[in-house]
Design a binder for this molecule. Structure first.
Ligand code: PSV
Ligand code: MN
Length: 389
C-alpha cells in the first residue's frame, strides 16, 4: 500500500538538482582520459550543454563551477549566458589539489605562507560568488598524510580550523560555506576531513552558515549513508549532496546506477523530514564524471534517476510505516517501504512532465534534438575541457 501518486508527487513540484560543469568535459582515470567529439572548450560551452539537461527535464536549473577550471575574464557575462539559457550559476567549488605547493597540504599546511595562499584562493572564489550571484562556496579538502608520524594530526586540525575561520569571516551574510569530507584519496593514512563527524565539528565551530556536504562516493564500503543523512538533518547541518554512484571507491558513476535502493533509502530519510522542499536549504547536486558514456545523456539519466527515487520516497505511506513500527511489526514496516520502492513510477512521471510542457521521455527528446551532432560538427579546433581545465 502506498500513497496516491496524484497528491504525493506534488512534493516534486519545486524540487531541483544542480549539475556540475566538469561533467561535460573529458574525464577519465589515472590510466586514460578518453576524448569525445563535441566536448566543450570553455565554461560558456559547458553551460550551454548543462542547459540542455534542464531543457528536457525541467529539473536542473543550476550549474556548479569549479575554480580554476572554469576561470573566465568576465563572470558577469558567464552568468548572463546562463540566464539566457534558462539556468543560473550554483555552487563555486574551490580547488586545492593541483598546485605543487599543496603537496603536503593546503589549508592545513605547516607553512603559514602556503596556508595563506590557500585561504586567498577562497577569497577569490567568494569574489566570483558575488559576480555570479552564487550563494554556496563548496570546499573539498584534499589534504592528508600518507605515513604515520608524517605530521601532527592534531596540529593539522588546528591549522585547518584557523584557515576555515578566515574564509568564513570573509563571506557575506547570505552566503554559505559547504564542507565536504572523504575517507581516503589522494592521501591514504589520514585525510584531514575524512568523515562527516570531522566536517560537522568544523562547521559547528564556524557558525550557522557552515554546513556539511555529503558525497555518496566518499564513504567506506558498507557505510549506512542514510543514517548520516538522518543525523545531519537532525542537527540542521546537511547543506548539500554530491550525488553519484560507486562500486568500489570514488567511482563517480551515474547516480542510482550501482545501487538504486540505496538512493531510495537516502531520499526516504530526506522526505521523512521534508528535506526535499526548497525551504530545507539542502542543495541536491551531482558530482559525476562520464568517462565512457555520452556526457549530456549521462547527466539527463542521473537527474531522472534522482527524480524517480524521490518519487518513490514520496509514495511511502508514513502513517502506515509509523503504525507498523509502533506495533513492532518488523516485516509489515519493511513491506510499507518496499511497496513504495517496487512501484513503477515511470508512467506517472512522464504524465507530470507532459502536463508541465516537457517531453515525456527526456532521453529520447535530447537524442531527437540533434544537439549532440550539432556540437560535434561545430566544436572543431581549440582545446577540449578536461579534468584539470
Ligand atoms: C573529490 O573527489 C570531489 O568529490 C570533490 O567534490 C571535488 O570538488 C570534485 O570531486 C571534483 O574534483
Ligand atoms: Mn564531491
Amino acid at each position: 500500500m502506498t500513497l496516491a501518486p496524484d497528491t504525493a508527487l506534488a512534493g516534486l513540484d519545486d524540487f531541483t538538482i544542480e549539475v556540475p560543469s566538469w561533467a561535460y568535459g573529458n574525464s577519465g582515470t589515472r590510466f586514460k582520459v578518453f576524448h569525445t567529439a563535441g566536448v566543450p572548450r570553455n565554461p560558456f560551452e559547458k553551460i550551454s550543454d548543462a542547459a540542455q539537461v534542464n531543457a528536457v527535464t525541467g529539473l536542473a536549473p543550476r550549474v556548479s563551477l569549479h575554480i580554476p577550471w572554469d576561470k573566465v575574464d568576465d563572470y558577469g557575462a558567464l552568468a548572463t549566458h546562463a540566464k539566457e539559457l534558462g539556468v543560473s550559476i550554483g555552487a563555486i567549488n574551490s580547488n586545492l589539489f593541483q598546485e605543487e605547493d599543496y603537496k603536503l597540504g593546503s589549508l592545513t599546511h605547516v607553512d603559514e605562507r602556503i596556508r595563506a595562499k590557500a585561504v586567498q584562493h577562497h577569497l577569490d572564489c567568494i569574489a566570483i560568488m558575488r559576480e555570479t550571484g552564487s550563494r554556496d562556496l563548496k570546499i573539498w579538502l584534499p589534504d592528508g598524510t600518507n605515513y604515520a608520524g608524517q605530521d601532527s594530526l592534531r596540529e593539522r586540525q588546528e591549522r585547518l580550523a584557523d584557515s576555515l575561520r578566515q574564509i568564513y569571516a570573509a563571506m557575506d551574510d547570505d552566503q554559505r560555506l559547504l564542507l565536504e569530507y572523504k575517507f581516503f584519496e589522494p592521501y591514504f593514512y589520514a585525510m584531514d576531513i575524512p568523515d562527516w563527524g570531522t566536517s560537522l565539528v568544523h562547521c559547528q565551530a564556524l557558525g550557522e552558515r557552515a554546513q556539511v556536504v555529503l558525497d555518496t562516493g566518499h564513504h567506506a564500503p558498507g557505510t549506512n549513508i542514510e543514517f548520516i543523512v538522518m543525523q545531519l538533518q537532525r542537527v540542521g547541518k546537511l547543506g548539500a549532496f554530491d550525488f553519484n554512484s560507486r562500486y568500489y571507491a570514488d567511482d563517480d558513476l551515474v547516480v542510482g546506477s550501482a545501487d538504486p535502493f540505496q538512493l531510495f533509502r537516502i531520499l526516504d530519510q530526506i522526505v521523512d523530514v521534508s528535506g526535499h522542499l526548497p525551504s530545507s536549504g539542502i542543495n541536491f547536486m551531482l558530482d559525476q564524471c562520464h568517462n565512457i558514456e555520452e556526457k549530456i545523456p549521462g547527466q539527463i539519466r542521473s537527474v531522472l534517476n534522482v527524480e524517480q527515487a524521490l518519487a518513490k520516497a514520496l509514495l511511502v505511506d508514513r502513517e502506515a510505516l509509523a503504525a507498523a513500527a509502533r506495533a513492532g511489526d518488523v516485516l509489515g514496516a519493511n513491506a510499507v517501504l518496499m511497496d513504495a520502492y517496487d512501484t513503477d513510477v515511470r508512467g506517472v512521471l512522464a504524465d507530470r512532465r507532459e502536463a508541465r510542457g516537457l517531453p515525456r521521455d527526456p532521453m529520447a527528446a535530447y537524442a531527437a534534438s540533434g544537439y549532440g551532432q550539432r556540437i560535434a560538427e561545430e566544436r572543431v579546433g581549440g582545446t577540449q575541457a578536461s579534468w584539470g581545465s
